[in-house]
Design a protein around this ligand. Structure first.
Ligand code: UFG
Length: 320
């Protein structure tokens, strides 16, 4: 049995849909941002908080949990600057409670959703796991704190872990049943698609004077189903004992500017966007592109879906 904390959220629900094909799954989610209907019906669902021992205790007592995957974090860079307490409380303190209960119940395997935001403003063109981590916002700091805690817990208590640093997750499940569904939505691709469906008047491009080819920010977009696949590889490596304490980047290795993303959305949807060029958004690095060579070499994972596939799958879901 695998415990997926945050399995009703965007990335968690996509992982659960793949994982139920291989393992028994119990999902813990408090539904503050997740959607119960997004949880695959083959998983057991428990409504509760990862920060409450009384919610965790019955799960660890009842089920033979082999590993925990943790997706239940707040993840908006801008919000974390405005309200850092919210981020440190949930992403750090509540995660510590989850880890404490894992230790108590001798659950030794943990997969942690981390982020490219741990790198801050990167010095390297292609970011590798050994690139310097220097987060520039409370969100990235909260994730890096847990990474450091995991390294210490591995040494002291023998807790095994894989940290996965996601770049820009996007896209929707190929079934069209689940997709990216945030409220409010702040992410670029769903905002563009909502606009092209008529639900927003225009798209604002945040900043046109970055030191990039067309002046807009460059990101490495990765399909959420590719992310799910990496989690399954990481889980297998923890369960067979071949990995005990690892950190991997998850990206496509290709960067697209905001303008290029808009153009690709226009091409796929055959619609024209109304674009407003606006000021920079606080906390945005100019360029984030992953090298995912390490996980390819060690676990044989690489992203299979490019930007067009990502947008096509998201469009398929948004249209519904
Ligand atoms: N952008 C716009 N207009 C919008 C929305 C976004 O121009 O309406 C721009 C942003 O300024 C940025 C790019 O599009 O340059 C991507 O923005 P997103 O909000 O989609 O994603 P972020 O790169 O800010 O952050 C995402 C996750 C973080 C994670 C990060 C890692 O939300 O949790 O990817 O790369 F840390």
């Amino acid at each position: 049995m695998i415990l997926v904390v945050g399995g009703a959220g965007y990335i968690g629900s996509h992982l659960v849909k793949e994982l139920v094909e291989k393992e028994e799954v119990v999902v813990l989610d408090n539904l503050t941002t997740g959607h119960e209907e997004a949880i695959d019906s083959r998983a057991i669902f428990v409504k509760g908080d990862l920060g409450k021992e009384e919610d965790l205790e019955p799960i660890f007592s009842k089920y033979p949990i082999k590993a925990v995957m943790h997706f239940a974090a707040f993840s908006l860079v801008g919000e974390s600057v405005q309200d850092p307490y919210k981020y440190y409380e949930n992403n750090v303190a509540n995660t510590l409670t989850l880890l404490k209960m894992m230790l108590k119940h001798k659950v030794e395997n943990f997969i942690f959703s981390s982020t490219a935001a741990t790198y801050g403003i990167p010095e390297d063109e292609m970011i590798s796991e050994s690139s310097k981590t220097s987060p520039i916002n409370p969100y990235g700091k909260s994730k890096l704190m847990i990474e450091q805690i995991l390294a210490d817990f591995h040494q002291a208590y023998g807790l095994n872990y894989v940290v996965l640093r996601y770049f820009n997750a996007a896209g929707a499940h190929e079934s069209g049943e689940i997709g990216e569904n945030h409220d409010p939505e702040t992410h670029l691709i769903p905002i563009i698609l909502q606009h092209l469906l008529g639900a927003r008047e225009a798209i604002s491009v945040f900043g046109t004077d970055y030191p990039t080819e067309d002046g807009t920010c460059i990101r490495d977009y990765i399909h959420v189903t590719d992310l799910a696949g990496a989690h399954i590889k990481a889980l297998e490596a923890l369960l067979d004992g071949s990995k005990k304490a690892e950190t991997y980047n998850l990206g496509n290795g290709v960067g697209y500017s905001v303008k290029e993303v808009i153009e690709t959305c226009e091409k796929i949807t055959e619609k024209n966007a109304n674009v407003i060029y606006a000021d920079r958004r606080a906390g945005d690095p100019a360029r984030l592109i992953a090298s995912s060579n390490k996980i390819y070499e060690e676990l044989g994972w690489k992203a299979e879906r490019d930007l067009e596939k990502i947008i096509a799958s998201a469009w398929n879901w948004h249209k519904k």
